[in-house]
Design a protein around this ligand. Structure first.
Ligand SMILES: Cc1ncc(COP(=O)(O)O)c(C=O)c1O
Length: 470
């Protein structure tokens, strides 16, 4: 029988609704806390920072399905649906009986999944009469996507890019400027938050936490301006569910259903996007899929973070979120996967981890690059440093299948290349002993955490399902 490599959905099957997992998850996330009043957050508390419709989506724990505005869906047609691809060559190279599929979001104009949320965020800002938007970015994928979406809706955009990534990936700045965005390396002297950070640490290389603080401050001090966010918050993962909803239809075309869903984890938006639509079938007991988030060993908030209320940014401007965190002042190592250098996880994933409804693994940088190289040499696509972490986790599971002979169906998400990182890797021999380096401030590998230590008022792993043996 002829093997199908790529599964594509026609335009009329691009999702018409986003899936809101908050309405159906067994235990709802604890409420975000207002940093000043210490009271549970209301949507109105967020209005000064975000577009109002996004605030309502953020705290919506009742409606499982949210309509995608027609104007947003028209923009999605620029690149959706994205292909689901069977990785036959990778399977062969691994000699594994597992069936590996990847959801290729790199076909989007900006090269990653980030546009899936940048478009609706810009749309809602425009609809509410906003003229200016600000945001943060690490690797630059989100910054580029937001700059493009802002252009689509005729908004002015200001982007704070983490300094180390601004230096490591200079061409990203050019892409954002092509769409008219103003790009500033963070920490900078342009905000009070930036000045405070540089006063304490003049050589601070920046983190997503510092960039978020500066972008929020600029939004609060600029007329008719709103802040937009590339990950972490629930409304961002909501928009990303177009990924998993499409993949579910494409797996039906392949006549299969995933035993394991894997994605890399920075703030959690792509993980939520591909996993949440499949997770709803676990909640009803129909299915027993495993969900694995792959994070960098140098920024292990899910595997070695603590569950507590913490700020989402360095300066403490954001609400307090009940999250797995390494601490909002944590300074991640300067790894190439700039998009994964974030200290905490969103409230939904933090609750799912606490309830043991998903797993997390931490991947050392060298292992992630080796996985990326093998993927490139077999499937012909050079993955970004971020996606290499998901591929490494997939390869670990595929190798287990080889040992046990189990035929597991794995789905993961992937994105195009940052050649500078790969060039550096090729030049240097991996120094194996370095894998043992523990990031500053990370606790030793804990037992699954009990109730969360209370930082402010109000006093919180993994499951695997046996696959059918061959
Ligand atoms: C390609 C890519 N993958 C993953 C991420 C991590 O973000 P998230 O966890 O929100 O998907 C980023 C962030 O910039 C990214 O650029």
């Amino acid at each position: 029988m002829e093997k199908t490599k790529r599964y594509i959905l026609p335009e009329d099957r691009i999702p018409r609704r986003w899936y809101n997992i908050q309405a159906e998850m067994p235990n709802k996330p604890m409420p975000p806390i207002h940093p000043a009043t210490k009271q549970p957050l209301k949507a109105e508390d967020l209005y000064p920072i975000f577009a109002e419709e996004l605030c309502r989506q953020e705290l919506n724990q009742t409606d499982a399905w949210i309509d995608i505005p027609e104007e947003v869906r028209e923009k999605y047609k620029f690149y959706r649906s994205t292909p689901l691809v069977r990785a036959y060559a990778l399977e062969e190279a691994l000699g594994t009986p597992a069936h590996i599929y990847f959801k290729n979001e790199s076909v989007s104009p900006m090269g990653s999944h980030k546009l899936n949320s940048a478009i609706p965020q810009a749309y809602y800002c425009k609809k509410e009469g906003v003229e200016n938007v600000t945001t943060e970015t690490g690797a630059g994928q989100w910054g580029a996507s937001l700059a493009y979406a802002a252009k689509m809706f005729d908004l002015n955009a200001a982007v704070y890019q983490v300094k180390i990534s601004y230096e490591q990936k200079p061409y990203r700045k050019s892409i954002m400027q092509t769409f008219g965005a103003q790009v500033t390396p963070s920490p900078s002297m342009s905000t009070r938050a930036g000045k405070n950070i540089l006063t304490v640490c003049p050589n601070h290389q920046g983190s997503l936490g510092t960039a978020i603080s500066e972008a929020v401050e600029l939004a609060q001090t600029t007329p008719n301006c709103k802040y937009t966010l590339g990950s972490v918050m629930s409304h961002v993962s909501l928009h990303q569910t177009v990924i998993g909803l499409e993949a579910e239809e494409q797996m039906k075309m392949a006549g299969e259903y995933p035993d394991i869903v894997i994605a890399c984890f920075g703030g959690g938006s792509n993980f939520g996007g591909i996993a949440f639509p499949f997770m709803r079938h676990n909640f009803t007991g129909e299915r027993h899929t495993r969900f694995i988030a792959a994070e960098p060993a140098s920024c292990p908030k899910l595997t070695r973070g603590k569950f507590q209320y913490d700020f989402g940014d360095e300066a403490g401007y954001t609400p307090l979120l009940p999250m797995f965190t390494l601490g909002h002042n944590f300074r991640p190592a300067n790894i190439h996967a700039g998009g994964l250098r974030y200290h905490g996880a969103g409230v939904i994933v933090s609750q799912l981890i606490k309830d043991g409804l998903m797993e997390a693994v931490d991947i050392p940088q060298l292992e992630s690059f080796e996985a990326g190289m093998l993927f490139a040499q077999t499937e012909g696509i050079i993955p970004a440093p971020e996606s290499c972490h998901a591929i490494a986790a997939t390869i670990r599971e595929a190798k287990k299948c080889k040992e046990t002979g189990e035929v597991l169906r794995q789905v993961h998400r992937r994105r195009p290349p940052e050649l500078r990182s790969h060039r550096r890797r090729n030049r240097r021999q991996p120094r194996r002993n370095q894998r043992q380096v523990r990031p500053q401030g990370a606790a030793p590998r804990p037992q699954r955490p009990g109730p969360p230590p209370v930082v402010h008022p109000q006093p919180w792993p993994a499951t695997a399902t046996a696959a059918r043996p061959v």
